[in-house]
Design a protein around this ligand. Sequence first.
Ligand code: SF4
Length: 698
Amino acid sequence: MSGGERASEDDRTSSGDQKSICPFCGVGCGVRYSEDTGKAVGWRAPVNQRGELCPKGVAAYDVVDHDERLTRPLVRGEDGELVASSWDEALNRVESGVRRISEAHGEEALAFFASSGCTNEENYLLQKLARALGTNNVDNCARLCHSSTVAAMSDRFGTGAMTNTIRDLPEADALLVAGANPAEQHPIIFSSYVAPAVKQGATLIHIDPRENATTRHADHHLALRPGYDIPLLNAMCKVLVEEGLVDDEFVEARVEGFDEFEDWLAGIAIDSAAEKAGVEESALRSAARAYGEADRSAAFTGMGMSQHRCGTANVHALLNLALLGGNVGKRGAGVNPLRGKNNVQGAGDVGALPDVLPGYRAVTDAEAREEVADEWGFEPPAEPGLTEVEMTHRFGDEIRGAYVVGENIAATEPNANRVARELDDLDLLVVQDIFPTETVRHADVVLPASSWAEKAGTVTNTDRQVQRMRPATAPPGEARRDLDIICELGARLTDAGGFEDRAPSEVFAEMTRINPLYAGMSYEGIGEGSQRWPFPEDADSGVEILHRETFGDGSKRATLEPVEDVDPADEVGEDQLVLTTGRILSHFNSGAVTRRSGILTRLRSDDALQIHPDDAAERNVEEGDVVVVENDRGRVEATADVTPAVRPGTAFLTFHFAEPLVNRLTGDELDPVAKIPEYKHSAVSVRVSGTGESDDES
Ligand code: SF4
């Protein structure tokens, strides 16, 4: 990015400087462009208080002026190829397509994919557009990562977000990390907060089928079988009860249903639960003791917990443990989901979800709809819409048109071969993005959009802090800012007001009027700091520790709830392995951005299949062999990394690559509550490439 491309006065920021927020993970580090180095540097923002950045943050500007940026609108021509068009032609194509579908099939035949990589204002206006058109079919990729966590925490605690803050967690005496690898996935939380706490004596308990960078700092590692968190966590609860480690005072004051729960636990045998979870009973007991004996135990939960058909139940089991230990409503404790993208928390907060309006008020709540209607001038539909994966399952059927903003659904949805076929069944696919992603290849209209470095607006990080992004440059060529594109489409497609050319600050002000979580916040108040929800009038910058006196729904007590075991959907054949997936330090999500970064791909491009030496030997697989990984949904090839870091019977691939595209292997089974797919447990066969009958069929 050159200095000559610096943003003009028209950048719509009030301060005009370029302090922004890292576009990658939900930690929300402050980042700005350095003319000296041509790279990103950190500034002393609310989270990275010393200006520290991880390698992804340092590479944040690396792809902004990449050769592959989409710089002109594209439309699919009669010969089936995407060709450059004017903005007018592209938007006319969208407008006529949406009208045709609405008239022929009704508004419910339209689907809107918002993005947790977009700002609050962009997501807010997109969900408003969907609702103005008459459908609640709007969702974002939070559905795929932590919808189950949010569902369980909202149900039990009344609030589906981190109970604590990144800054108070170092006060923990024990840190329990379940199904996450923050050393690689949330590096600044780990290096600046968790690792120093561990160095000063906090005990780190890591629950993960795989040994990774986080495990290397752990005192206890429970390498469970993927999909068996429930028996493991139930058994840990039983250890607390059996060994007198329950916080009786807390349970007496804040918990309902202890006696019933204790009776139910009596039916759980710790030895057989440990065996089912695939861990040693003694290791489970000592990890449970470490959690229960600590004065303050903080739990972190990640996608290893949430991305299962029983993801909601998994988190319920973790909440039981936190309640028994009295680890709610105090510093250095709590249950803390580590959110993925930089605005995954905000995309949900502002209503880019099919069943709730901004502020998580149900679309079925007539009073909430009326209040929203007072601001919007129209009432949103009362019937909940479809979730993200449900929408893809109905492509070409009930769903005839989709508008995808900043998501790469061809790579990120489960059962990717099926999704690729069904994307082509749509009458209209509009993709708004910055690169020719795997999804763009299926599009009828492509709208070239803005990278994070070209936009202003707000994002909400994993510990509920709303911060401001500021542009350092203008979009390249004819690309436009996402908010401007959504505004123009809104003005063309609906008579509802509020879609005229609007600045992010105006949209933010509108949000604060109808989103109770953001009420009282202001663009100026955030400034170069943050404002955290909930944001009561008497709070300086928002409430840090949730549930101190009461839970989110106003009740004083939360209930302990028995959680029964749920087996994974895929049955694992005798010759098969369980494939699980995850992130690595140098890449992010579908890799559409990080794969194009020279800095990050030079650092590490780890697309290998991790397989245990015993499993490799059984299959004559040697280090570096190209192996075929397949099941009845699809097939990929990868290089074998033979390592004891994965437990026997389990293999691991990252999900950052188009090849190998791991989601060709993942299944459609959904959690019944949150509708999150079971990404973390797929039965697969593994063999050396060239040794199977199906090799010619690929
Ligand atoms: Fe960006 Fe996350 Fe790294 Fe911070 S920890 S620099 S937010 S990727």
